[in-house]
Design a protein around this ligand. Sequence first.
Ligand SMILES: [Fe+2]
Length: 328
Amino acid sequence: MLSDLGEDGEVVFVSAEAAARARSTAERLASDLGDTAEDPCGSAAVLVSALPAELVRAVHRYGNAGSPHDVLLVRGLLPHMGGLEATPGTATPSALGQDGQVAELLLLAVLSLLGEPFTFASLYEGRLIQHVTAVPGREDTQTSEGSQATLDWHVEDAFSADRCDYFGLLCLRGAADVVTRVAAARYVRLPAAVGQVLRQPRFAIQPDEAHQARPADLPPTSVLSGPAQAPEICFDGVYQQPADPGDGEAAAALQALADEIDRVAVGLVLEPGDLLLIDNRRVVHARTGYQPRYDGTGRWVLRTMVCASRREHRRRGGVRVLPAPSQM
Ligand SMILES: [Fe+2]
């Protein structure tokens, strides 16, 4: 399976010529940026002017009106990656070479069309761009370092009201046997009584173990919210439970939702140069398990998250790195 996507407005192709033009501007900007402490998002904003018009148009349309599965797949963004270094065996590698730096800036540039990039201080050293890659000893974790274990359905950082509105996954190296799965909340069909339970604040969520911090007390939250025809979803198949352990109704509703998510899911195999944009308020995602290689040729994906509201971003202090959960 290459991709179950492809409906109108869901996949956009970047030509080799357009990608080469964007790359040459990205190279210059990355070189100017060097290892300064400057906010790379400023350079990414400049890079937007070198992105192909059809890509900018598609991302704008997606941010404004969504897409059939509320994701957007951009193909062909990185056609020339011959100089890319070996896939790291850590989520926190040292500075990348030119190919990697170009990829990082392009990822930030496209994501900046949807909002302001940010992250949490407790997540992978507070890096704005995170590395999704298999890490030795972490094969069974429910984090971006995992591999052999299926990464269960979730939204990013479900525990936090400040979770991202969108995030992007830019594939540097793919793996043919790894399927990224997405399920749009709008396709979920549940009995009315079950839907009502999921709309009540009867659920508790903890941060996943990638966060190096634990909040003391988080208020119970609902799983579904918003209009019935375009619901928002805050679901985590592993870290979310009924706030009251004896609430069997809430537990059954979570299970019914998980079953329904499986039913409406679509999948795709990320190829090098693919950028998958996901609406983190309307879509849950997952990944199939796979055998890691650990020989430098394994799967390697870059991830960045954005806050879609610049006003909300400013309310949070306009910072790229939000405080760790324990300090919230
Ligand atoms: Fe995720």
